[in-house]
Each structure stands twice: as C-alpha cells, then as structure tokens.
Ligand binder design. Structure first.
Ligand code: HGY
Ligand code: MN
Ligand code: MN
Length: 422
C-alpha cells in the first residue's frame, strides 16, 4: 500500500494536537517582539532547552518510543519497525532558537515528525524500517558559533570535541555547557555518536516568501545553498578621543568600517542572489571618548554556486587586509558548508505524497542552512517546506497557520511510510 493513499494515515494526523504542542513549547522562552508578536528565545544547552526536551520526551514516552541521546546531546525518539535490524529512516530538525526567534523555526520539524509517527502508530500502518525522530544540538549557532554542531558531529564532518573552546557571551564554553547538559540528562539512555540511516527527511518552515507568494502548500526542497561564516578581529590601540591626533591613531572601528566597505564592494551582486551579512559587532573598550583598540565582527556569506562561494569566500581575508590602514587583523573561518543537492529518492517521495493529497507544490532550493546539509554525504536526504507569513523568520513575527503545518505533517507522514517500506 503506498502510504500516500492510506486515508486513515492522513486522517490520523491531528492539526490541533500538533498546534497545541507547538504553543506549549512556545511558552518555554516566550518573548514579545517589537511589533507585539509572540516569539521565543530558547538557546541550546540551557535549562529552558532541557525543559522543552523533557516535554517532547514525555510525549514520545507516552507513545512508547525509545528515547536516547548521544555524546553531543542529539536527542533520538525511535519508532520500531517490523525489521529492527533495518537501517532507520531519520526525520527531525532542531529545538534551539535564535535570541529574537519565532515559534516555528526548527521546532516544527521535530513536532511534525512526532505527529507523523503518532499518526502512523494510531493508524496501525506498518513500516519495515524503524523511524527515528531526531532533535539536533545547536543548529542555530546563536549562543555557540557555528550552527549545526549536532548534525556535523553525527555525520563525522567534525569531531564532537571540535568546538569545546567556543565561548558564549558570558564566557561559558560549549564543553562546559554540554557537560552540564549531559549531567542533567544522565537518566536518558546513551547511544554512540553517528549512524547509517536509510534516508533523512526534515520538515521546516520555508523562511522565505515564495510558497506564500505563489499560493503553494508544500515546498519540495531541491537542495541548500552554500554558507561560509568568518569572525574578524581588528586590533589597534586605545587613545584619548580629545587629544590623540587622528593621523597617528590605530583606530579599530575605523579600520573595521574600511574592511566592511571593501567587503560590500566584493560581495555586490546586481542579481541579488548572493547573501552577505555582518550581524554581530563587538567594540572594546566601547566608551564614547576612547579610540577603540579592538573591533570584532562576524561574516555570514552564502551562495548557491560552489565556485563563487569558494572564490569570493577565499577573497575575504585578502580584501580585508588591503582595506585596513593601521591595525592588525585576524580572519578565522568558523563554518564551511558547500551547496548540496537532495536525492530524488526522497524528493520524489515528498512530491508523490503532496500530489496524492492534492496539495499545490513547488520545487525550490533553501536559502537557509539546515542539519539536512550534513546528512547528504551519509544517506539520501530531502526536506519539506511549508509557507510562512511574508517569509519572515528569525523574528517573533514568524508565523504559519495550523492548517499549513498540518498539511506539512501529512505529507511528512506519507513520505516517511513510503521511505520506511523501501
Ligand atoms: O542561519 C540559518 O540559515 C538557519 O536558519 N539557522
Ligand atoms: Mn531552522
Ligand atoms: Mn534558524
């Protein structure tokens, strides 16, 4: 039986149950946006993160799913198949949010996966392969840069200890936060890092405007553009703002501005495909009447074309060095994710499920990076998008309707059963 034609499966996906769980989770780290929108600030490896995980674990245990965690804190909720030895189908996303985040980015993919598995069990639909719901550690990279640490470690793209020394704004290192987190979750069964899934399918809000603008219900995601993150430190010398001659200053802020202006020129793209963002700036000593001796800024550079991503990304450091006048500079790359294409085995399953349910779909690439990016070398991988209002995300105004999210969960359920019976 092709799952997409299993009406009882589709009917078993509950719009209300999924929405209620999302609203329950949105209370954990609730914030209010400047426009009054309800958002969420729930950083990874915090007590709030653990409270949200315990809530999801309670729902999963209520379903009879087996709960486990690995050494970097990735959380797995396993639905057994008729062949427990078969490679599982993995599905999920992340539970951490941006500091000024929304109620759906990441967390919907985890709750949609839980909803899909609950519908599969309630509809009595058999799957040969086990299905594992996963919540990846630190996808956002907001507290500890870069993002996707959990999926990178799972895929052995980087060792799980690669980011031990990375510190947050309070000076807490990733290793300290992870050790505290693992102690708090010591009651959960442990599993070795990594695995060999049969396929990986992630549901996520689009975080862009296309599905809404084109009146589509489902995005059949074709791939993810490349992303490169850098941290730049400009070091000069503090001086008195009233007495030190400008001609002899080693002003870190002025050199940072020169560097960013030169990078803007390098990254100019009249076709508006290239994405270049300086999102975080720190200045020391950060007083109005002292010339700054340290300026730190982040670079988030993205492009769908591998050659251009490499060429322009490699030009960042020389461009900065030729732009600064009197300060020393260090440029460190923190994240390097090449563009990926998703596998037709998964994208076709998503397309078939959307078609069978009479949903309007659109094939499109992802501008945002996702944990799926690091699963591509491991197994056939794909994603499902649902529309979000005006494409707004990383903002409390982020919104998808209960109906849009339920349609996504129904396509996910059907595609998961399709894949788990391959
Ligand atoms: O930054 C990103 O693309 C993702 O939303 N964390
Ligand atoms: Mn996300
Ligand atoms: Mn995000």
């Amino acid at each position: 039986m092709s799952a997409s034609t299993a009406p009882n499966l589709i009917a078993a996906v509950s719009e209300a149950r999924q929405w209620d769980r999302l609203m329950e989770l949105a209370k954990l780290g609730a914030i209010t946006g400047t426009d009054g929108s309800p958002g969420v600030n729930r950083a990874c490896l915090t007590p709030l993160d653990r409270e949200a995980r315990r809530l999801v674990i309670s729902w999963a245990e209520g379903l009879g799913l087996a709960v486990s965690v690995d050494e970097i804190g990735n959380l797995f909720l396993r639905h057994e198949g008729t062949d427990p030895a078969a490679a599982p189908v993995l599905t999920g996303s992340h539970m951490d949010t941006q500091p000024n985040g929304g109620r759906f980015d990441g967390i919907w993919g985890v709750i949609a996966a839980l909803e899909a598995v609950q519908a599969i069990r309630e509809a009595g639909v058999q799957t040969v392969r086990p299905i594992e719901v996963v919540a990846w550690t630190n996808e956002e990279g907001g507290r500890f840069a870069p993002g996707c640490m959990g999926s990178m470690a799972y895929a052995h793209y980087k060792p799980a200890t690669a980011w031990d020394a990375v510190a947050d704004h309070e000076g807490v290192t990733f290793r300290q936060a992870l050790d505290e987190h693992r102690k708090a979750e010591a009651d959960l069964s442990h599993r070795p890092l990594g695995g060999k899934p049969f396929a990986y399918l992630e549901a996520h809000i689009e975080q862009g405007p296309r599905l809404e603008a084109e009146g589509k219900d489902i995005g059949v995601v074709t791939g993810i553009q490349g992303s490169r993150w850098f941290i730049v430190e400009v070091r000069g010398e503090t001086a008195h703002a009233g007495t030190s001659p400008v001609s002899t200053r080693r002003d870190a802020v002025q050199d940072m501005v020169r560097a960013i202006n030169a990078l803007n020129a390098l990254m100019t793209d009249p076709t508006d495909v290239l994405r270049f963002t300086v999102g975080q700036i720190e200045v020391m000593p950060n007083t109005s009447n002292t010339v700054a001796d340290v300026a730190r800024f982040t670079i988030d550079f993205r492009h769908p074309d591998k050659e251009l991503l490499i060429a322009n990304g490699d030009a960042i450091e020389p461009t900065i060095r030729s732009a600064v006048k009197s300060c020393d500079v260090t440029v460190t790359e923190r994240f390097h994710a090449l563009p990926v294409e998703f596998d037709p085995l998964v994208t076709d399953a998503v397309q078939a499920a959307a078609d069978a349910q009479g949903l309007a779909s659109l094939a499109l690439p992802s501008g945002a990076f996702h944990d799926a990016q690091f699963m591509v070398p491991l197994c056939p991988t794909g994603m499902i998008f649902v529309p979000c209002r005006k494409g707004v995300s990383h903002n409390p105004a982020e919104y998808s309707t209960p109906g849009q999210l339920a349609a996504g969960a129904r396509v996910l359920a059907a595609a998961l059963v399709d894949l788990a019976n391959r």
